[in-house]
Design a protein around this ligand. Structure first.
Ligand code: GTP
Ligand code: MG
Length: 395
């Protein structure tokens, strides 16, 4: 199973441009709203420092790639249609958007930091990107609230049979992939009793928002940062105390795309996500000047930002870790360091075995931490970049 990251935001913020830059796809981009109608799914990658050099080995990735010691681990990226205010009531592409969103594990909210598109995605000047940040959260919360309310109604209609409220709510909210136990935990964490009939409007709203935050964690890609307007907004918004709880990444989808294209054409050598590149061909002055402008940008902002946005979503916001299947003896049955898997933060050695194959999990005896050659038990929680051999009766 691959993790899915959704690109969301109002129209014309650069979702498709970012999608194309990350996946090297070619979906239409345009300076008019609703260029994208159907969601596109593509493969993107997150970087992890490769473990092979620590073992004096070289890796042979079965998927993805390894460049300059960075392992590129695949994830799925989804380019979703633009969202406008009122989507939860069916405005714009409304409900279809929300259905596409259901299938994602985390979101990158692409915001046009240049302020040159209004809330419907039409060209304007001086639009405050904070409005877009607020509106997207409010819109998602309204959608969650609608579904939570339906769950509460359903609970009320079934009260005679004395069901557990969290079970009914989990059923209603099943599309969001949240269990009854997690719902109960959210309710208690927010300080409410598990009695839906007693919840007033503000309790319902608070709970809808908390469930949304838990099931759709989000990073903000501050896009179009190659413009002076966006850089001014960046200064203002990232120092605004009302927004300090959010994860912002400065992004120029244009810059990332230009660098990847130049790399493909053999004009430069560029490893995605790096804050520099090398010009490797004789270039016309205009092209060289364009690249130098991009160089100034990536040096100042630590890269074009597309990789960083993906990696913040995967490692910080979703909290995933990368684990390499290893061989303690150094006798690799297939090539060395072929795989690198993304697992939940709390994944144990036994869960890792099940991730490899259900038979391997069923026959789990113990695992070996290949860095220390120590045995680890079934319940040991693995760390990011662990190299682990599973010893199983079914191998
Ligand atoms: N300056 C600048 N412009 C950008 C950048 N990324 C995208 N754009 C421009 O923004 C406009 C909209 O880009 P799209 O990628 O089509 O936007 P979208 O969010 O997919 O739009 P919808 O599909 O309509 O929701 C295009 O004219 C892009 O060239 C960027 O990093 N910098
Ligand atoms: Mg689009």
């Amino acid at each position: 199973m691959s993790y899915r990251i959704g690109l969301v935001g109002k129209p014309s913020v650069g979702k498709s441009t970012l999608f194309n830059a990350a996946t090297m796809n070619d979906v239409p981009e345009g300076a008019f709203p609703f260029t994208t109608i159907d969601p596109s799914i593509g493969e993107a990658y997150v970087r992890t420092e490769c473990a092979a050099p620590e073992f004096d080995n070289t890796c042979e990735p079965s998927v993805g790639d390894c460049k300059d010691g960075s392992r590129f681990v695949p994830i799925k990226l989804v380019d979703i249609a633009g969202l406008v205010p009122g989507a939860h009531e069916g405005r714009g592409l409304g409900n279809q958007f929300l259905t596409d969103l259901n299938e994602t594990d985390a979101l990158i909210h692409v915001v046009d930091f240049s302020g040159t598109t209004d809330s419907e995605g039409e060209t304007t000047e001086g639009h405050d990107p904070r409005e877009d940040i607020d509106f997207l959260e409010d819109e998602l919360d309204a959608w969650y609230l609608d579904i939570l309310e339906k769950g509460i109604e359903r609970y009320e209609s079934k009260q005679l049979s004395d069901p557990d409220p969290e079970d009914i709510l989990a059923e209603q909210l099943s599309a969001f992939g949240i269990s009854a136990a997690e719902i109960k935990q959210v309710i208690l964490t927010e300080g409410y009793e598990v009695t839906p009939t007693a919840w007033e409007t503000d309790a319902r709203e608070t709970l809808a928002r908390a469930i949304r935050k838990r099931t759709k964690p989000m990073v903000i890609a501050a896009n179009k940062m190659d413009t002076p307007e966006a850089q001014a907004n960046w200064e203002e918004i990232t120092t605004d105390p009302d927004y300090e709880h959010l994860d912002f990444v400065p992004v120029s989808a244009h810059a990332e795309k230009a660098l990847k294209n130049a790399n493909e054409q053999g004009a430069i050598e560029y490893v995605p996500g790096e804050d520099g590149f090398e010009i490797t061909a004789e270039l016309p002055d205009e092209k060289a000047a364009g690249l130098e402008q991009i160089r100034t940008f990536v040096e100042e902002f630590g890269g074009a930002g597309v990789q960083r946005a993906l990696e913040t979503a995967v490692f910080d916001v979703l909290g995933l870790k990368a684990v390499f299947p290893g061989s303690a003896s150094g006798n690799w049955s297939e090539g060395p360091f072929r795989d690198c898997f993304l697992l939940p933060e709390d994944a144990t050695a036994e869960e890792f075995a099940y991730h490899l194959h259900s038979d391997i999990g069923d026959g789990f005896l113990h695992a070996i931490d290949c860095r220390t050659d120590r045995q680890v038990g079934a319940d040991t929680v693995l760390d990011h970049r662990d190299v682990v051999e599973v010893v199983s009766t079914n191998q």
